[in-house]
Design a protein around this ligand. Structure first.
Ligand code: ZN
Length: 592
């Protein structure tokens, strides 16, 4: 084992046929060579470590081979091939654009392009990471790319095709390299371990293939590391440990505990993983993959997407049948939220634990969901009206005290305290003192007062209904008007006073108004007005209709903007009586 060479270099493919997972490219290249239809510029795109540079080198070697095979492969025996294999050929030039991306670097390369090769047919220029070239370097290169000498072939390689200028793209034959499939990687690793006489469990190699994410170079370097780390005994467990990968088995355990809603078990298992030094987000991420794999296992059509070590495929299939798709999606949602919030969480462990708790009781949430409407109905049925108690007296008392305290006439005077006390004492008495003038009665909030009045009124009315006549309507109307005056509702009073009432029949009367604004006013007053009229006549069937006086309709329609500031104020207090109350209590003067 002492002479173990880095696999990536030792097993770098030397022929098109040994390139892994890019058959669509190697076949095309071989055909182009055989038919002598070679382009002068190629663009190799694709993820890192999938064989772009390897293919470029094989291409360079093959087109310079003196005894090209009928299958389009290099002979490996001629002088050219030998020098390529030793890495001593002068016909290949590699430029790493990531570190040499200036105009000067490109100019140097262009200088060399002019000279024909001393031996062999072609000079190959490989520019790696070509998207890193500066804009001016690109421009300098463009002309050479447009009219290259017959002996020059350019191979541009990039991981980021979208960064390549369209002018370059249009001059190149483009090859898209694929990510190498785990199966291809595993097959290749198996080939290597058998050649190197290494004992390796298949599961271990699958794990490496997964971890390398389609990048053969990574897979080989991981293999190298683990081989030296385990002294040539590649087991699943040692690979897990070395790769710092969480064992899939943990998540099956988690899953079992979740099914039993065994919260202590879940938290202890997480603690065990935490003790091993795995970060919380790794656990969350892996758990998400677990549920994702579970989801794809549920259907035969998606099962090909299962990305797990083969040994677990069966287990996934069996477990996936135990749960519903809503449950899996619910779990994925929770884990996704957990991952998003992980960075911000101050206490990472608690954050993960919190979401594990949510997962533990997820089954209950999934079960409840279909019955949601039934639950709502039940809640509605349980609703009961809120109990209330009569608070009128207390309100009255508070208001009185407040009013007297804030009255500037007595503020600071020696009698103030006495008067306030007196007010409280008065309020404590069950009846009002006879000498208190009615006008000075503190005003209740308008709405409250109206309700109180209505209730009182109802009780006092005799039971028999009165006939609706014009005279009696006028009387009832005037009563309402004087009540409005009592309540200081000047605008309403004015609007109602100028309206004309006409009895239509026993249960119907019309109210004619002079303008639309007046109509709106009375409409807003209608409910109270109608209650008053119905009570007056003791007939709940009585209805009223507010219409615009036909004569007035011809008048231009007044808009609200024409109201003076005073009218605006009056309308405001009409609508919000508390405003007036506030004004009265604070003794404010208004600037109309
Ligand atoms: Zn050869």
């Amino acid at each position: 084992m002492e002479n173990f060479v880095v696999s990536a270099r030792k097993y770098r493919p030397q022929h098109f046929s040994t390139v892994v997972g890019q058959a669509h490219i190697t076949t095309t290249l071989k055909n182009a060579i055989l038919q002598n239809h070679l382009a002068h510029a190629f663009l190799f795109c694709g993820p890192r470590g999938v064989g772009k540079t390897t293919c470029a080198r094989i291409l360079a070697k093959t087109i310079n081979c003196e005894k090209l095979g009928k299958d389009g492969e290099a002979c490996d025996k001629c002088n050219s091939c030998q020098s390529f294999n030793k890495g001593a050929s002068f016909n290949i030039h590699e430029l790493d654009a990531a570190s040499n991306n200036s105009v000067d670097d490109i100019r140097e390369l262009i200088e060399q392009v002019r000279f024909a090769p001393q031996a062999g047919k072609y000079k190959i220029y490989i520019i790696d990471e070509v998207h890193m070239l500066s804009a001016s370097a690109f421009n300098a290169f463009l002309k050479t790319l447009e009219e290259p000498p017959a002996h020059a072939i350019f191979i541009l390689a990039t991981t980021e095709k979208h960064k390549i200028l369209p002018t370059i793209l249009s001059r190149c034959q483009i090859f898209d390299f694929k990510r190498i499939t785990p199966a291809d990687i595993v097959a290749y690793l198996e080939e290597i371990v058998s050649k190197e006489k290494i004992t390796a469990e298949n599961a271990a190699m699958q794990l490496i293939a997964q971890k390398s994410d389609g990048c053969m170079r990574d897979a080989l370097s991981i293999l190298d590391k683990i081989v030296s780390f385990t002294n040539g005994q590649l087991t699943y467990a040692s690979t897990l440990e070395h790769l710092n990968v969480l064992d899939e088995e943990y998540f099956f355990q988690f899953f079992e505990l979740l099914q039993k809603e065994d919260l202590p078990g879940v938290l202890s298992l997480y603690d065990e993983i935490d003790q091993k030094g795995f970060e919380g987000d790794t656990v969350l991420n892996h758990f998400s993959s677990f549920f994702r794999n579970m989801l794809v296992s549920k259907d035969a059509r998606s099962i090909a997407l299962l990305q797990v070590v083969e040994a677990f495929t069966e287990k996934y299939n069996a477990t996936a049948n135990q749960v519903s798709i809503p449950y899996i999606i619910g779990a994925l949602n929770i884990l996704n939220e957990a991952e998003i919030g992980f960075k911000q969480a101050r206490n990472k462990k608690l954050h993960v634990e919190f979401h594990l708790i949510r997962l533990t009781y997820l089954q209950q949430a999934v079960n409840i969901q279909p019955d949601e409407t039934a639950g709502k109905k039940k809640r509605l049925d349980e609703l009961k009206p809120i109990a209330f108690k009569h608070i009128g007296f207390a309100v009255q008392k508070e208001k009185k005290v407040e009013r007297q305290q804030k009255s500037p006439s007595i503020e600071g005077s020696p009698t103030a305290k006495l008067e306030i006390d007196n007010a409280i004492i008065q309020d404590k008495l069950p009846v009002q003192l006879p000498n208190e003038p009615v006008a000075e009665k503190p005003k209740e909030a308008g709405a409250l007062k109206k309700i109180r009045e209505q209730i009182l009124h109802r009780k006092l009315e005799p039971l028999a209904s009165k006939t609706l006549t014009q005279d009696m309507l006028n009387e009832a109307w005037n009563m309402y008007l004087s009540r409005l005056l009592d309540q200081n509702q000047v605008t309403s009073h004015h609007n109602l006073k100028t309206a004309i009432t006409t009895v239509i029949n026993e249960v119907q009367f019309d109210v004619f108004v002079g303008s639309r604004i007046q109509q709106q006013f009375i409409e807003s007053e209608k409910t109270h007005l109608l209650i008053h009229i119905q009570e007056y006549f003791n007939n709940p069937k009585i209805q009223l209709k507010i219409s615009l006086d036909p004569a007035a309709e011809k008048e231009p329609v007044q808009t609200e903007q024409t109201l003076s500031q005073r009218d605006q104020y009056l309308r405001m207090i009409e609508r919000y009586p508390l405003v007036k109350e506030m004004r009265d209590q604070l003794n404010l003067d208004l600037d109309y």
